[in-house]
Design a binder for this molecule. Structure first.
Ligand code: SAM
Length: 254
């Protein structure tokens, strides 16, 4: 997987990809992160990337010419191939979800255009980007953090990236057919480690029992309970079993 990050702040990315799983994925050649300075694609002596908005108003807008030139340079002037996605990070974009990340992880190359200021000239969204993507309903100062989020979430979904194959199966929002605890796209269950008693807060007994079936049942129930508490919207679209529903009814009565 190649990630091309187009930004006016290339120095932003000196760090986030240099530790943990991302660093290992880079060292193993599973991912290749290429950072491109948008200013390198300007043609004036001031290397201008922004201008005032037509119609007036506050702030500056990133100009279309350098953004188009930067993306076109990656594909030798040709159209991006079907296995590439040209993504404009934008608060006005489609919301990034786990299932959208799974789709992106099937591509071979992701180009991530980081906006700044008031945003990017709309012709980039309309005529260059294949996807306008938001990481949440809030406004950040720039697209660099969102781009780093995309690199992170997509990388850990690539086969071979995580040391243990199962780590990407049993986790919140998963649609993996082998998932049991969070099957149906609900939240993951709570996790505990030693000490069994921390400041009087004891770990649930069943987790110390060594009884695998009981542990699995507790985990599914705990995942359902946590989802009900924190993200009830996920339960509306989760295909739940009769046992799941019965447990949720019990929790609601508590
Ligand atoms: N005027 C824009 C609006 O209200 O939608 C906000 C522009 S924001 C200050 C500057 C840049 O940050 C955007 O062009 C985009 O690249 C990035 N950005 C901000 N919030 C984002 C979000 N939630 N998801 C993805 N990118 C975001």
């Amino acid at each position: 997987m190649i990630f091309d990050l187009i930004t006016i702040f290339p120095e932003f990315f000196g760090g986030p990809f240099d530790c943990g799983i991302l660093r290992r994925a880079r060292e193993q050649g599973l991912i290749d992160i290429r950072v491109h300075d948008l200013r390198a694609f300007t043609s004036d002596k001031h290397r201008t990337v922004d201008d005032r908005p037509f119609g007036g108003g506050e702030g500056m807008v990133l100009k279309p010419e350098p953004v188009f030139a930067a993306v076109e340079s990656l594909f030798g002037g040709a159209e991006p191939p079907p296995d590439a996605e040209v993504i404009l990070l934008s608060a006005q974009g489609k919301l990034l979800t786990h299932s959208l990340a799974e789709q992106l992880a099937k591509r071979k190359r992701l180009v991530l255009i980081c906006g700044r200021y008031e945003g990017v000239d709309e012709r980039v969204a309309a005529h260059l980007a294949t996807l306008e993507l938001s990481i949440g309903d809030y406004v950040l100062t720039g697209g660099e953090l969102p781009a780093a989020v995309v690199v992170d979430v997509v990388t850990r979904l690539l086969p071979e990236t995580l040391g243990c194959d199962l780590s990407a199966v049993e986790e919140s929002f998963t649609t993996h057919p082998r998932a049991q605890i969070s099957a149906g796209g609900i939240l993951d269950c709570p996790h505990y480690t030693r000490p069994a008693d921390f400041r009087g807060h004891a770990v649930p007994e069943v987790l110390l029992s060594g009884h695998h079936e009981e542990v699995a049942r507790w985990r599914r129930r705990a995942a359902l309970e946590k989802t009900l508490r924190n993200r009830p919207d996920l339960l509306d679209r989760a295909p739940l079993s009769d046992a799941d529903r019965a447990w949720l009814e019990e929790v609601k009565k508590k």
